[in-house]
Design a protein around this ligand. Structure first.
Ligand SMILES: C[S@@+](CC[C@H](N)C(=O)[O-])C[C@H]1O[C@@H](n2cnc3c(N)ncnc32)[C@H](O)[C@@H]1O
Length: 513
């Protein structure tokens, strides 16, 4: 009877030594509830300027203002604790809980502020409107009072993996979440929960009872164990992210403990590319074990990493940031996308990745001098991405240049402007010059007045705005009057701390008329 498991265990040693995978990352404390904040404009540009970048407290206050908290918080927490498999939505549709394992790039928590918003914006871009009205996120992990950890580290640990659901408690549909995950730069993996129990033996019993594997018994399969929780050695932090690996011995023991379940598999074990990729999560909230199935992996952002490209400037936008911009801009297939400060076109590469049929146009003043058009095109073609409709050398503040950009996509206004403008912090621009985003809005206003708008109604302008210590974000932003004149509304702003002295804000503006 245990022959299959024996065979599996034998193979596990080879596989895990090669592909012992990464797991969670980390971030903030309590469950966040996210409304499509994208749809919820800030009252005014000025109200967003209160967060001094080194004041963690101020920063958190700001975030709590931006992210509406849920009236259903308690209800959601309870739901996660009393979890049961394959529930019904009351209309005969069965659903399973979904878990998102977030990515934290570079320093832990680097991308924490963007995660929920990226997922939600992607869902809007993909047209899953019913899915995004309100999403709630509930922590899967809970750090149980480890005194060695600072509060921030506890927060990071707790929010590394989260249940995701609509406000009603019903998770996004399987297909919608798979599609969204594949576009998100800040999701490592997404799972559907099969069962949850206090012990591995009970987990196996529940899975058998609920027939959790019924659709996969003939599929190729594999099982991995991920142990979250206290460090094995006293000098190590708690395990999450890549550190949440488990020993081969622990993995084998866990599989053996659940042998009566896995023995049901008729299909072969496949360590490389299984159709049914199961995970046992140990050490989740309430000391529970979770049996989950991997349903999707996040975007492979490393495909456009500067180190992998032929064309790079001295200020290349890193790959996750480029994907975030494209996703916050909700770029869709068929959209016309402009980067008026294109550099090596990282933003446009990301746009072409997330929406392979979008039409991209870049304007770069240093074309020929700093970047070569052929190199940029080679970066697109070597990744089998649709080539840009135009890479234009020139000053995007010049109307003739913008007219050329519009002509490249059929004289239409753009659906999205995604850009990392040349702020003086990293690139020299004259001390008397207006901030680039302010200059850009000036030309957007001028183009509207001539009847040739740069951005269509409903279109989005998404940009990064860096801020140094002691500097206020509002000094780099357009005024409310300028926004009004440009027909733009601030719909999202998030600060991302880059170092002790530098942070940047992701600013999303929507064209309302
Ligand atoms: C921060 S960099 C953009 C980097 C780009 N995202 C990348 O990954 O390479 C800003 C770029 O804007 C260009 N630039 C500055 N002023 C410009 C203007 N008025 N029109 C067009 N490009 C401009 C600079 O030459 C620089 O390459």
């Amino acid at each position: 009877m245990f022959q299959n498991i024996g065979a599996y265990s034998g193979i596990v040693i080879i596989f895990t030594s090669v592909a012992h995978g990464a797991v969670a990352f980390c971030c903030s404390s309590v469950q966040h509830t996210f409304s499509s904040a994208c749809e919820r404009p800030f009252p005014s540009c000025m109200k967003i300027c209160k967060a001094p970048i080194h004041n963690r407290r101020g920063f958190n206050v700001f975030l709590s203002e931006c992210i509406p908290t849920s009236s259903t918080k308690t209800e959601r927490t309870v739901r996660a604790e009393q979890w049961s498999p394959a529930k019904s939505d009351g209309q005969g549709q069965e659903f399973r809980d979904k878990i998102v394992l977030w990515r934290g790039e570079k320093a832990a928590g680097y991308s924490e502020q963007f995660r929920h918003l990226e997922l939600s914006n992607v869902m809007v871009a993909l047209g899953d409107k019913t899915e995004i009205e309100r999403l709630t996120f509930t922590n899967v992990l809970a750090c149980d009072g480890d005194r060695k950890l600072r509060d921030r580290e506890v927060d990071l640990f707790d929010s590394a993996m989260q249940f995701v659901a609509a406000e009603s408690g019903i998770p996004p549909s399987h297909d919608a979440l798979v599609r969204a995950t594949e576009r998100c730069s800040l999701i490592r993996e997404t799972y559907e929960v099969l069962n949850q129990a206090d012990t591995l033996e009970n987990l196996a019993d529940l899975a058998i009872e609920s027939n959790a594997l019924k659709d996969f018994l003939t599929a190729t399969w594999r099982v991995r164990l991920r142990q979250f929780g206290p460090p094995e050695r006293s000098d190590k932090k708690r395990r999450y992210g890549k550190n949440a690996r488990s020993s081969l011995r622990a993995e084998k023991e866990a599989i053996n403990s659940m042998a009566k379940l896995f023995i049901q598999f008729v299909g072969k074990v496949s360590l490389e590319d299984p159709e049914c990729n199961l995970y046992i999560f140990e050490g989740t909230k309430g000391k529970k074990f979770i049996l989950a199935r991997l349903i999707a992996k996040g975007a492979k952002t490393s495909d456009i990493a500067p180190r992998s490209r032929i064309c790079v400037t001295n200020t290349p936008l890193e790959e996750v940031a480029a994907f975030s911009l494209a996703n916050f801009a909700r770029v869709k297939n068929g959209d016309n996308v402009l980067d008026p400060y294109a550099g090596s076109c990282a933003t446009l590469l990301a746009a072409a990745f997330v929406a392979p049929q979008c039409n991209t146009v870049g304007i770069e003043i240093g074309l020929r001098k700093f970047v070569k058009k052929d190199d940029i095109l080679a970066d697109f073609s070597s990744r089998a991405l649709k080539l840009p409709a135009a890479i234009i050398g020139g000053d995007s503040m010049n109307k003739r240049i913008r007219d050329r950009a519009r002509r490249a996509v059929g004289v239409a206004p753009f659906d999205a402007i995604v850009t990392d403008p040349p702020y003086g912090i990293r690139e020299k621009h004259g001390p008397d010059e207006l901030p680039p985003l302010v200059q850009l809005l000036d030309v957007i206003i001028a183009d509207r007045e001539t009847g040739a708008p740069l951005l269509r109604k409903g279109g989005r302008l998404v940009a990064f705005v860096p801020v140094t210590a002691g500097q206020e974000i509002k000094s780099s932003l357009p005024s409310q009057d300028q926004l009004d004149e440009a027909g733009l509304e601030v719909t999202e702003m998030r600060e991302q701390l880059l170092s002790d002295t530098l942070s940047r804000w992701l600013v999303a503006l929507t064209c309302t008329r």
